[in-house]
Design a protein around this ligand. Structure first.
Ligand code: DGL
Length: 262
């Protein structure tokens, strides 16, 4: 495997850029290919089989475009397809769900809230994995079906966005000391979340980047080149909306953005 190959990062849409930001911060000389499946977003309302089929195509695309490692930067896809992709992928795969579970500082909180897509919450995966680490931690999970589609369309365009967000977050009892963002889209609206939730906010992006670091190290795959890595973006849907939102969040101009039919 060529060490200057890319790290492939994918999500149903925009959300995975919150993970990409952490990866490129920790591993600045790695080349990265980002794929946002903006034609098929949201994944959170699809079945496991539908999500697996979409993810399989993305993994093939990333692999054939010179990736040495793949990051599922989408909680929903990670829950639906990690095991499946792990079996078929010729290269290592990192799924955000494991990083998210590891990002919780155990023995710190008695009660936490989790917000994610309906698929993520209905799967029960988070409480199951978290209970393996701390069976006494009380967990309140809320599926937020409207948030990912609103963020994709442009959060600021919705005048009722704070009411909708508050309606979800206030379903979590006030006794919850921390809130886990179990959807990679949510760090894009972090300021609004912080205005409503008073406790700690747990964003798994940084831990996911550390997991990528560890996986590259374990597989002896660090890019030896001592120069800033290139980042390329691919989307399956509209380029303009993605570009505007991604530039705002990442803080730099995106020049290498391509629309592809995979
Ligand atoms: N960013 C995805 C996640 O972390 C959103 C899924 C969706 O498309 O509904 O779950």
């Amino acid at each position: 495997m060529n060490k200057d190959y890319n790290i492939g990062v994918f999500d149903s849409g925009l959300g995975g850029i919150t993970v990409l930001k952490e990866i490129s911060r920790l591993l600045p000389n790695e080349n990265i290919i980002y794929f946002g499946d903006t034609k098929n977003v949201p994944y959170g309302e699809k079945t496991k089989e539908e999500i697996q089929a979409l993810c399989e195509r993305i993994v093939r695309f990333l692999f054939t475009n010179g990736c040495k490692l793949i990051v599922i930067a989408c909680n929903t896809a990670s829950i639906a397809a990690y095991e499946y992709l792990h079996k078929i992928s010729p290269i290592p795969i990192v799924g955000i769900i494991n990083s998210a579970v590891d990002s919780i500082p155990y023995n710190t909180y008695k009660e936490i809230g989790i917000i994610g897509t309906p698929f993520t919450v209905n799967s029960g995966e988070y409480p199951r994995k978290i209970k393996e680490k701390d069976e006494n931690l009380k967990i309140y999970s809320v599926g937020c079906e409207k948030l990912c589609p609103m963020i994709e369309k442009g959060w600021e365009n919705f005048s009722d966005r704070r009411v909708i967000l508050a309606d979800y977050i206030t379903r979590i009892p006030k006794s919850a000391e921390a809130l886990l963002l179990a959807c990679t889209h949510y760090p894009l609206i972090l300021n609004d979340i912080k205005d409503i939730f008073e406790g700690d906010i747990l964003d798994p992006g940084e831990e996911c980047a550390r997991e990528v670091f560890r996986t590259l190290k374990a597989n002896n795959l660090f890019n030896p080149k001592n120069e800033k890595g290139k980042i390329e973006f691919y989307v399956s849907g509209d380029k303009e909306i993605f570009q505007k939102k991604a530039q705002e969040f990442l803080g730099y101009e995106i020049t290498r953005l391509f629309k592809v039919n995979i």
